[in-house]
Design a protein around this ligand. Structure first.
Ligand SMILES: *[C@@H]1O[C@H](CO)[C@@H](O)[C@H](O)[C@H]1NC(C)=O
Ligand SMILES: *[C@@H]1O[C@H](CO)[C@@H](O)[C@H](O)[C@H]1NC(C)=O
Ligand SMILES: *[C@@H]1O[C@H](CO)[C@@H](O)[C@H](O)[C@H]1NC(C)=O
Ligand SMILES: *[C@@H]1O[C@H](CO)[C@@H](O)[C@H](O)[C@H]1NC(C)=O
Ligand SMILES: *[C@@H]1O[C@H](CO)[C@@H](O)[C@H](O)[C@H]1NC(C)=O
Ligand SMILES: *[C@@H]1O[C@H](CO)[C@@H](O)[C@H](O)[C@H]1NC(C)=O
Ligand SMILES: *[C@@H]1O[C@H](CO)[C@@H](O)[C@H](O)[C@H]1NC(C)=O
Ligand SMILES: *[C@@H]1O[C@H](CO)[C@@H](O)[C@H](O)[C@H]1NC(C)=O
Ligand SMILES: *[C@@H]1O[C@H](CO)[C@@H](O)[C@H](O)[C@H]1NC(C)=O
Ligand SMILES: *[C@@H]1O[C@H](CO)[C@@H](O)[C@H](O)[C@H]1NC(C)=O
Ligand SMILES: [Cu+2]
Length: 614
């Protein structure tokens, strides 16, 4: 899989942790965001403002309530106003151009109770140069309103520069998630944020520390890394991330660019991993800080919001109890390391049983055996009640070697709290994921049949099918599941890399998986209640068998790799579910208006769509 470039580097530049007190100003590193500082608020058990018949907005519903059939209808609207603009920040001390929401990195926290309506008015203020944008609300189902899913060329036209679009959707699942731009690889430039939906809980905890965003980080803008990947010569290396952040912060050794540029490594230097040694850089940006209260149970909402790498999250000298995978609460299990592919989440409860004046490292390591990371170790400081917050922890990491399977915890380990047996599928599809150069010598990743996806921003497939037009171009990779109620997919990965595969509009039953060269023997893990989630990791040269209840959600739903560069290189299929019912939808006028605005803008501005568009 990956070679030892990191070791080369480690020899030259050790990670410099600096002084806790000498760090850069928060405005310079993260703009108006307070995430990662001791000023970040803890979160409530639920938001007020909703009718509360039985003490909570969800009345008598519990963690076992079937959220596909029942949810509260609170009638409460949570309204947000987002302005997307360019900015210049230095999250890890290395200054670069980014894309921000309301001048914050990470973007603002969206909060709602289960069953609330969330309205987000998104103003596209990207200038110098202008480009389109669109936001996707990861893991929400958007039943009967697929046009709110936020995917350019599938459910909407991009929001044109200077224009706005107001997303209006139901908080139809509860738990932890994030939102991000789905326009090319914009979110790798910082265009994402956390989202928390409060709902009935199975496990007790005392303090909700809120989102813990784990994001590997590039030092170059997304269009540079996308074009580098697409033009890559397969005989050479890949595109490397430069750092790894927790809640948008980490330190960076500013000597690295100079050292890398001096290396006689074809992979690093020829492929423009050449770093800009003259960009302003401060090796003492400062890491994220968290508070623990001795004896209390703390809830952390882990989100892998990165561009590429699998994260291995841990807290020195503390164990964690996992209570959910993505939006699906699971029977609690204890672990020292949580593995998350891009797009995946885990909620964990950590009991503060350390010293009252103790300080401990929180760590998140990108797997260098599975991904291309130059500086894979993210760190943040946890301070107990009486700890000195001016000094850094000196705790010792767990020694839990990377299993190198590039997969999640075994399927046997997780059992959803709300139990559902897997139904008999009425459609089974075989898919094979490949990587190849297309006829224009452009690197492509495909979910199936060696066809790299490439969308048309001006012709979103869901809107076309709503109008009864099913003449889709072959490179749109539209796969109709017709009237199938439940679709099983047997997915083989012929690429020696893992892929975090995400399905919009559904949670998938994950039925079976295997590693290198394995073939499925038909066995299903826990058929009476298999794991469910919205993103799974398929192992290098391995397979995953999953199923989704297509009949529950008519629409056109992306199934794609969540590695930003892989989906840019085509790794996506669109499942068109219940096409006859798509034609019945009354799509609000604002959706067509956004296409008119985009059509008008593109009349005089030709977007430089170098990639798939997503
Ligand atoms: C919850 O309350 C509603 C309305 O009061 C009632 O119809 C329903 O049966 C209750 N459900 C449970 C699981 O108790
Ligand atoms: C739009 O973005 C520019 C920077 O590119 C910024 O100066 C301006 O304040 C932004 N406008 C709004 C309304 O946020
Ligand atoms: C890729 O590298 C191979 C071997 O070095 C070389 O023969 C080929 O011409 C290169 N292709 C491109 C597009 O640069
Ligand atoms: C790097 O390559 C140059 C030219 O090929 C060579 O002269 C030099 O010795 C090499 N340096 C190292 C450290 O290998
Ligand atoms: C490197 O960074 C400096 C300072 O931000 C900038 O002026 C210069 O254009 C950058 N060079 C490249 C090649 O991006
Ligand atoms: C994470 O990386 C650090 C630094 O390399 C190492 O000490 C630690 O053991 C790793 N943690 C896990 C859980 O792999
Ligand atoms: C899927 O592949 C399996 C194994 O190669 C084969 O037995 C089966 O017929 C295929 N199913 C479909 C629907 O193509
Ligand atoms: C190869 O892929 C690129 C990027 O999607 C696309 O622009 C180009 O048309 C493709 N070439 C062929 C021959 O399909
Ligand atoms: C269907 O959509 C395609 C792609 O936008 C378009 O070229 C074609 O004219 C449309 N067909 C009809 C009958 O509207
Ligand atoms: C997987 O199969 C390939 C091709 O048949 C073979 O070269 C490789 O050694 C196998 N790897 C493992 C771990 O079985
Ligand atoms: Cu991938």
């Amino acid at each position: 899989m990956r070679h030892g470039l990191l070791r080369l580097l480690a020899a030259g530049a050790a990670l410099f942790m600096g002084e806790a007190s000498a760090k850069l100003d928060q405005m310079k590193t993260n703009g108006h965001s307070v995430l990662g500082t001791l000023d970040a608020p803890t979160l409530p058990k639920y938001l007020s403002g909703a009718p509360m018949p039985n003490g909570a907005p969800w009345s008598n519903m519990t963690a076992k309530t079937n959220y596909y059939h029942d949810k509260p209808n609170t009638g409460v609207i949570r309204r947000y106003e987002f302005t997307v603009s360019r900015g210049v920040i230095a999250p890890d001390g290395y200054q670069r151009d980014v894309l921000l929401i309301n001048d914050q990195f990470p973007g603002p926290l969206i909060e709602a109770n289960w069953g609330d309506t969330i309205q987000v008015q998104v103003l596209n203020n990207i200038t110098g140069p202008e480009e389109g944008t669109a936001l996707h609300w990861h893991g929400l189902l958007h039943r009967d309103m697929p046009w709110e899913d936020g995917v350019p060329s599938v459910t909407q036209c991009p929001i044109a520069p200077g224009e706005s679009y107001t997303y209006n959707f139901i908080a139809d699942m509860h738990g932890s998630t994030w939102y991000h731009s789905h326009y090319s690889a914009q979110y790798a430039d910082g265009l994402f944020g956390p989202m928390v939906i409060y709902g009935p809980e199975q496990e007790e905890y005392d303090i909700d520390l809120g989102p813990v965003m784990l994001s590997d980080w590039y030092h170059r803008q997304y269009h540079e890394i996308v074009s580098q990947l697409l033009l890559v010569n397969l005989t050479q290396g890949g595109v490397y991330t430069q750092n790894n952040l927790i809640n948008g912060k980490m330190n960076y050794d500013c000597r690295i660019p100079e050292i890398v540029n001096k290396l006689n490594s074809t992979a690093l230097t020829k492929l423009a991993n050449k770093l800009n040694a003259s960009a302003p850089c401060d090796s003492d940006a400062g890491v994220s800080q968290f508070r623990f209260e001795k004896g209390k149970k703390h809830r952390l909402r882990l989100v892998n919001s990165g561009g590429e790498g699998m994260q291995r999250f841990s807290i020195d000298e503390h164990s964690m109890t996992v209570i959910s995978n993505d939006f699906i609460q699971v029977e609690p299990y204890e672990t020292q390391v949580v593995t998350l592919g891009v797009g995946q989440r885990a909620d964990v409860i950590v009991e503060a049983n350390g010293d009252k004046d103790g300080a401990y490292w929180m760590r998140s390591n990108v797997s260098v055996l599975c991904n291309a990371a130059l500086q894979p170790s993210a760190m943040a400081a946890i301070y107990y009640d009486d700890a000195d917050t001016e000094s850094l922890p000196s705790s010792v990491a767990w020694n839990r070697p990377d299993p190198a399977t590039c997969g999640n915890d075994a399927l046997e380990v997780t059992r959803p709290v709300m139990e559902m047996p897997v139904p008999e599928p009425d459609l089974t599809i075989n898919m094979t994921m490949t990587m190849f150069m297309n006829e224009s010598n452009i690197l492509q990743f495909a979910t199936n049949d060696n066809v790299g996806f490439r969308g048309n921003y001006n012709s979103p497939t869901m809107l076309l099918s709503n109008l009864g037009n099913h003449s889709f171009a072959p490179e749109w990779n539209v796969q109709s599941t017709k009237n199938a109620k439940s679709v099983r997919v047997i997915l083989y990965n012929e690429i020696p890399e893992p892929h975090p595969m995400h399905l919009h509009g559904f949670n998938m039953y994950i039925l079976a998986e295997g590693g290198v060269n394995a073939t499925w023997d038909g066995t299903i893990v826990h058929p009476e209640n298999p794991q469910r989630r919205d993103t799974f990791l398929i192992q290098p040269l391995g397979y995953t068998v999953f199923q989704f209840d297509a009949g529950t959600n008519p629409g056109v739903w992306p199934f794609h790799c969540h590695v930003a560069l892989h989906v840019s290189a085509g790794m996506m299929t669109q499942f068109m579910t219940m096409p006859d019912e798509i034609e019945e939808y009354k799509v609000p006028n604002k959706v067509a208006e956004t296409c008119r605005q985009w059509g008008k803008w593109t009349h005089t501005n030709i977007p430089n769509q170098i990639d798939s568009g997503l």
